[in-house]
Design a binder for this molecule. Sequence first.
Ligand SMILES: Nc1ncnc2c1ncn2[C@@H]1O[C@H](COP(=O)(O)OP(=O)(O)OP(=O)(O)O)[C@@H](O)[C@H]1O
Length: 317
Amino acid sequence: MTVTTVPAVATREGVVELTRVSRWYGNVVAVNDVTMTIGPGVTGLLGPNGAGKSTLLHIMAGFLAPSNGTATLTGQPIWRNHGIYRQIGLVPEREGVYGFLTGWQFVLSAARLHRLPDPAGAATRALDLVEMTDAKDRRIETYSKGMRQRVKVAAALVHDPQVLLLDEPFNGMDPRQRLHLMELVRRMGAEGRTILFSSHILEEVERVAEQIEVMVAGRHAASGDYREIRRRMTDRPHLFRVRSSDDRRLAAALIADPSSGAVSLTENGLEVQALDFARFTRLLPRVARDTGVRLWQVSPTDEDLESVFSYLIQPRA
Ligand SMILES: Nc1ncnc2c1ncn2[C@@H]1O[C@H](COP(=O)(O)OP(=O)(O)OP(=O)(O)O)[C@@H](O)[C@H]1O
């Protein structure tokens, strides 16, 4: 007997698909011609501030209409499709919770808004899932950041949606709270839900997500396994500024090694492009020692997130 497993993308069950989606606000193009498929499991949506992550999540949640293109879930359009809204939960970035309510009241009101047949039962299950049962009768204003986030997740999950979208869920949490929420996100993904969360921190994304989608300046910059994305980020040429007791002598010695690319002398010292990052970081102190040059300053000039991400969107040979 042959057993055939049908991939989720083929059946499109629980699959969110964006096809050539753009969204603009007046003159601002927040999302620019994005085509993306998000299937069951955990996917991280990575990008610097202003990349268009929140806009994309809101389009997927049915909160915003695309200005152009289509967004579907399980093959059905999302925008103004009430049946589909039932299958999506969104945890927004902003707090959006009333501190005077208890966790129980907050999640129960979400269940009532969905007109669930058994709101109390649904609220109990959702609070249990995020391990907030013990604290459910305390007012939200007494919760820690992590607890508030988990209660927001419970409200977004109260109708048991297939798709859960989380906007910067780990922001502002302490490490323990972060681990706890990461564990919850992983568990929900393993149960077969389609989970997409946004972040601007690669380390955060790669600890939870198998698949990463990278957004830069409204464009879909890269997509893939986190190892591949990390490799591309580390392998890019790095630019360093170096100040030393004898820049000229150091430059001559560095040029001789293939791990340094262009080396230029400037008023502020040397600018060295390291083609092989790991090799260059070993080379520089060795060369300085061998040539008797003292290093005063070694600083990366292109380490900000924008330049790392920009590198990802450069066309490659
Ligand atoms: N309602 C709006 N009106 C005008 N411009 C907007 C609006 N919402 C977002 N933008 C702009 O669209 C672009 C994308 O914003 P968006 O919030 O989607 O990015 P983001 O990646 O989620 O960033 P952040 O992490 O800072 O929220 C930004 O330039 C932003 O200023």
